[in-house]
Every structure is written in structure tokens, then in C-alpha cells.
Write a protein that binds this ligand. Structure first.
Ligand code: ATP
Ligand code: MG
Length: 216
């Protein structure tokens, strides 16, 4: 279980997250819905260890990871899809997907084959540089990279934002496919249409405050 207790996060000196509490259980899918600037990315980046908590606690399976370095999340099985994709332009799609494993010096080819079976679009593009792909195709590569590492926790920041409707449908279908794969899935979106049907529980975030909208 990933538990977040009384989390406060500032950016520069401005308070952004205020007393955030979430309890996210293995194997379940959670939505995090809020408007632009509500604090979705800040929460996901803090869970990943890219931003520091000013107060509060983040624990994974009862181990306090609040101040653990960002790279340790990868070894714990956390996968992250940033909202702006953050693909490395001058290496291949496959090397981008493998980056979390290369960082751990442990390439799991079975896992890569599984990711390619789930996202064949990434397999087809594996020898290309990401700059040759459309924004939507790049989203799929970023999702593949999150999946490679995220066998325990998947944090997805606006996976369908800014892509054409057909690809939005494709991505939401994919998310439906991976949600029963054992990992805890936490999906931030500003538009929650598909999340309402998919998420076991839905959190709402408004001006840095999080409330449980429905679920347990
Ligand atoms: N680098 C920064 N410097 C100053 N303020 C920031 C910075 N990044 C974010 N903020 C502020 O923190 C708040 C939360 O931003 P955040 O990016 O977490 O929101 P979000 O819900 O992800 O929004 P979006 O839907 O636009 O991605 C906003 O008010 C934003 O202005
Ligand atoms: Mg954001």
C-alpha cells in the first residue's frame, strides 16, 4: 500500500499541496482529478521523490520513503509517465523505454516483450528516434517506459491529454487492460470522463487539497 499522510509541499516558497491524505492499495486503480494548476503534477512528482515534502509522510508497504532519493523509486517498482513525456530525443524508442532498467543495470527482456505485447505501437517504432513520432505516439512510448519499471506502482500524469480523440480512446483502452495487472495505478487527469468508468476510487484535487470523491 502507498500511503500519504498530511503531506505539505511548497514550490519555491509558495505552499502548493496542503495536508494531503491518500491510501492507495495494490492492484487497484485510482483517479486524481483536478483543474489546471490544482497540484496533480506536484503530488505525483513528490511521490516520485522529485520534489521534497515540507511536512507529512509517504510510505510504501509501511516503509517511510518520504525523503528517500528519487532513483530508489525505480528499484521499488515505481513507474512514472510525466505529463510532458520527457523522452530523450537522440536515442531510440527502445533505449528510452529501457532507461529505468538501464539505470538499475538490470534489463529484463521478458518484461520488455510483455510491454511490447501490450503496446505494439512501441514495438513497431523501437528503432526510431522519438522525434520522428507524433505527440500521441510519444505518449505511448512514455507509457511503455512507465510500464517497464512500474510493476508495483504506476503514476500516470494526464496520459490522454493533448492527443487526438482516436488515440485517447486507444490509451484509455490500454489503461483498462493494464489495470488488473497487479500494480497500483494512480492516474491524474483534468478531464475525468474515462476515469469515472475505470477507477476503483476517485480523488479530487482543488488548490492543493485532496478529497476522496468516491470509493473506499
Ligand atoms: N516551477 C514552478 N514554480 C512556481 N510555481 C509552480 C511551479 N510549478 C507549479 N507551480 C504552481 O503550483 C501549482 C500546482 O501546479 P501543478 O503543475 O502541480 O498543477 P497541475 O494540477 O498538474 O496542473 P496542469 O493540469 O496544468 O498540469 C500551480 O498553482 C502552479 O502555478
Ligand atoms: Mg500537471
Amino acid at each position: 500500500m502507498l500511503s500519504i499522510e498530511q503531506l505539505d509541499v511548497d514550490i519555491s516558497t509558495t505552499p502548493v499541496l496542503r495536508a494531503v491524505n491518500c491510501r492507495l492499495e495494490a492492484g487497484r486503480t485510482y483517479g486524481l482529478v483536478g483543474r489546471n494548476g490544482a497540484g496533480k503534477t506536484t503530488l505525483l512528482r513528490t511521490i516520485m521523490g522529485f520534489l521534497a515534502a515540507r511536512r507529512g509522510k509517504i510510505a510504501f508497504d509501511a516503509v517511510d520513503i518520504t525523503h528517500a532519493p528519487a532513483h530508489s523509486r525505480c528499484a521499488l517498482g515505481f513507474g512514472y509517465m510525466p505529463e510532458d513525456r520527457q523522452l530523450v530525443p537522440d536515442i531510440s524508442v527502445e533505449d528510452n523505454i529501457l532507461l529505468p532498467m538501464l539505470a538499475l543495470r538490470r534489463v529484463d527482456h521478458k518484461r520488455l516483450d510483455w510491454v511490447y505485447s501490450v503496446i505494439p505501437e512501441a514495438a513497431e517504432a523501437r528503432h526510431l528516434h522519438p522525434t520522428l513520432l507524433s505527440g500521441g505516439q510519444q505518449k505511448l512510448v512514455a507509457l511503455a517506459r512507465a510500464l517497464i519499471a512500474g510493476d508495483r506502482v504506476l503514476l500516470l500524469d494526464e496520459p490522454t491529454e493533448g492527443v487526438a480523440p482516436a488515440l485517447q480512446r486507444r490509451i484509455s483502452t490500454l489503461l483498462g487492460q493494464i489495470r488488473h495487472n497487479g500494480a497500483l495505478v494512480f492516474i491524474a487527469e483534468s478531464n475525468h470522463k474515462y476515469l469515472a468508468a475505470m477507477a476503483d476510487s476517485l480523488y479530487r484535487i482543488e488548490r492543493g487539497s485532496v478529497t476522496l470523491n468516491y470509493g473506499s
